[in-house]
Ligand binder design. Structure first.
Ligand SMILES: CC(C)(COP(=O)(O)OP(=O)(O)OC[C@H]1O[C@@H](n2cnc3c(N)ncnc32)[C@H](O)[C@@H]1OP(=O)(O)O)[C@@H](O)C(=O)NCCC(=O)NCCS
Length: 433
């Protein structure tokens, strides 16, 4: 593809002129390089919410929000969704290319070897309240991995990079075990350990739903649906949690600490927490007897947000939402389930897509709109939806951590525009009032 010529950009400040370099990505997108702006002009930039700020160069994921394009390492998400599975996609996202048969087998074997967690970590679970939110538990347990596997988390980037394959496989494999254990313990159920013979998703469902006296029988459609959910979440360039992972990594912190911070960032309802919020919204609409009309009116008045709608980057359909919407329908049909929340979701989607308010603001369904209905069908409880997102996102966090660590990391340290008090003198307590 022939590249467009770079524009010449000059910044005029009063009577001074500064030429600013322009960087160009492989897909032709351009960014002003302001690395030396403050040094040369004493100005910083202001970009609330970073909507215009490219914080790094990255080779992992490409998104074109206006054209509904999402690619991992150059491969369209639609092709991966149709032909790949989570483990192969995880390899692709982390290492940059689709694995050969040998590489795929080695990666799977590494995941299997690292599935179990240190037995003493069970005591950590026990010290948490039974009803602890699984995202809180997950971030704590992922951070705790650094205590139980210190050779993978030295906080010396060069040493951590030597063991990155084991650390990556541990993280991706153990989050599944941690999640299933948290689920079992919150319900007072016996822990089910990972089984070597099972594939990634089947093993997760086994640890969640098997009983010592009654093994879970995994329908292939269910394993396929779970693979799809995880694969579609595997990376999404510089979103809130991935930027957080990179921020922590830039200080030289190990992979587990960086991923634990990512889990915390993901928890909020404007990010990964949206999948839980969508089901709560659909349930509330269902319980109230509304068909969604009332809810949409409130969203337009600014009193609420239509959860699962809108995206900072996609100003068109989120390509993941299209894939997951279709898959959701197919899964429910295969399992013979009739979920009233799906009917409400369809109505809401149609109403919003034809409403001037949503059209004007380019608000379309995002990945969270249908993923929750699919997870309900699989049997995942509501408060674990965001955890499933986190499990899926681990390869992306690993890839981004690796990119930071394998460059010459410069610590992330944004500036600010200070708008507080100017200097004032200390007032003794008796004179305050
Ligand atoms: C994802 C999200 C946080 C992106 O936010 P953003 O890029 O900062 O967009 P803004 O908050 O600036 O919204 C732009 C406009 O659209 C409106 N808007 C955005 N999302 C909306 C929603 N879900 N429902 C109703 N109105 C919405 C805003 O009120 C704003 O309207 P205004 O210009 O009249 O003030 C936002 O769309 C949202 O909260 N969606 C619901 C939560 C969700 O599904 N998150 C998962 C993302 S994968």
């Amino acid at each position: 593809m022939s590249k467009k010529p770079k524009p010449k950009v000059t910044l005029h400040i009063d009577d001074k002129h500064f030429d600013l370099p322009v960087r160009q990505g492989t897909e032709g997108e351009m960014g002003l390089d302001i690395t030396r702006l403050r040094e040369r002009t004493s100005l910083v930039t202001y970009d609330n919410g970073y909507g215009n700020t490219g914080s790094c160069e990255s080779q992992v994921t490409y998104i074109h929000g206006e054209n509904s394009i999402l690619r991992y390492r150059g491969y369209p998400i639609e092709q991966l969704a149709e032909h790949s599975d989570f483990v192969e996609t995880a390899y692709l996202v982390i290492y940059g290319d689709l694995p050969t048969a040998t590489q795929r087998a080695q990666f799977s074997a590494l995941l299997t070897e690292n599935a179990a967690i240190h037995e003493r970590m069970v005591y950590l679970f026990e010290s948490y309240p039974r009803d602890a939110h699984p995202m809180s538990l997950l971030s704590a347990m992922v951070n705790a991995l650094a205590c139980y596997y210190p050779h993978l988390a030295t906080n010396n980037i060069d040493r951590d990079m030597v063991n990155i394959n084991e650390a990556a496989a541990s993280l991706i494999s153990k989050v599944r075990t941690i999640t299933a254990m948290a689920y079992r313990m919150s319900r007072g159920l016996p822990i089910i350990y990972p089984k070597r013979s099972l594939k990634y998703c089947e093993n997760f469902l086994h640890m969640m739903f098997s009983e010592p006296y009654d093994l879970y029988k995994c329908e292939p459609e269910v394993a396929r649906a779970l693979n799809l959910i995880l694969l579609l979440h595997a990376d999404h360039e510089q979103n809130c949690s991935t930027a957080t992972v990179r921020m922590v990594a830039s200080s030289g912190a190990n992979l587990f600490a960086s991923a634990a911070a990512g889990v915390c960032a993901l928890w909020g309802p404007f990010h990964g927490g949206a999948n839980q919020a969508v089901i709560e919204m659909l349930q509330a609409i269902h319980d109230s007897g509304d068909d969604g009309t009332h809810y949409i009116a409130e969203a337009k008045d600014g009193d609420r947000r239509l959860m699962g709608f809108g995206h900072r980057i996609y100003k068109n359909y989120d390509p993941r939402a299209k894939i997951i919407g279709r898959a959701c329908e197919q899964l429910l049909n295969k399992l013979g389930l009739d979920d009233p929340l799906l009917q409400i979701a369809h109505k809401l989607e149609q109403a919003a897509l034809n409403d001037e308010y949503f059209i004007e603001r380019k608000l379309y369904p995002n990945v969270d709109f249908y993923s929750g209905i699919m997870m309900r069908a699989i049997g995942i409880p509501l408060n674990m939806f965001t955890v499933m997102f986190a499990i899926g996102r681990m390869p992306g966090w690993v890839a981004n951590w690796r990119e930071v660590a394998s460059g010459k990391p410069r610590i992330y340290r944004p500036r600010q525009i200070y708008v507080g008090h100017t200097q004032r003198d200390y007032v003794p307590v008796e004179k305050r009032g």
